[in-house]
Design a binder for this molecule. Sequence first.
Ligand code: 13P
Ligand code: SF4
Length: 306
Amino acid sequence: MAELLVNKIKRLKKEHNAVILVHNYQIGEVQDIADYLGDSLGLSIQASKTKADVIVFCGVRFMAETAAIISPNKKVIMPEIKAGCPMADMITVEKLRNLKLQNPKAKVVCYVNSSAEIKAESDVCCTSANAVKVCQSLRDTREIIFVPDKYLGHYASTKVPDKKFILWEGFCPTHAMILPEHIKEVKKLHPKAKVMVHPECTPETIALADEVLSTGGMLKYAKESDAKEIIVGTEIGMIYPLQKENPDKQFYAASDRAICPNMKLTNLEKVLWSLQDLKTEVKVPQDIAKKAKIAIEKMLEIGRQD
Ligand code: 13P
Ligand code: SF4
């Protein structure tokens, strides 16, 4: 059954000159059909470079929107158009504008996990793979409004002590579920294991980590480090690519309950249907896209830190 679906997907992909971009948290069967599998930054870079006419984006809306903004001449479709990100919904343009008025000297750094409208109001975007580097790059700025993730913003602030951070009260509900107790429990079972966590985790959880990394950074670290066992503090989908790329190592989820429901909405059937009718297109109004593109391109110029 799966093989039949995969063959049909491959045929349609060729027919439409499409490329399939997949985030690391997607379910295994979707990861397996990826032309490129990666983190938010890696996927944005691929979207900006691809020669394909159609991008099939298997992830959540902000990622597909980012691809549509940087590749305005391509058709970006999502197999599951309803896949959103609750953190991205925790901020509104009106409230951000007010905060900018209250802090006129501050620059706005916007986590890519945000709507196109919020990006359009920001000076520069970042992902978990370059938040620190992006904040450091703002050399003439002493104040940073960091939106919408207070935990990623807090983590960046600890690495960029010469600037004042004004943090938005947003967070990822999935990563907030990973508690220090969970790390301690798994560590008790596997005392030799290294601990890597995503910077969307709380500061208390981050304090117990050996490494704080984006999902792409986690894959790199897992491959390059000598550690044979690693505790993974992020969405549980991450265990799949880690284990697949490193069959001789053991990976333990810090919490089995750290599931992002939106990331699990896409499956092979939906990928096939989206390629059949090309209807679930992600579109960003031109005026918004034009402004948001400036902030995204600045981020792409800066590159990765992990
Ligand atoms: P990465 O960019 O590290 O893959 O993270 C994306 C995300 O949504 C984490 O919750
Ligand atoms: Fe948003 Fe969290 Fe899901 Fe990432 S894991 S898409 S931040 S809700």
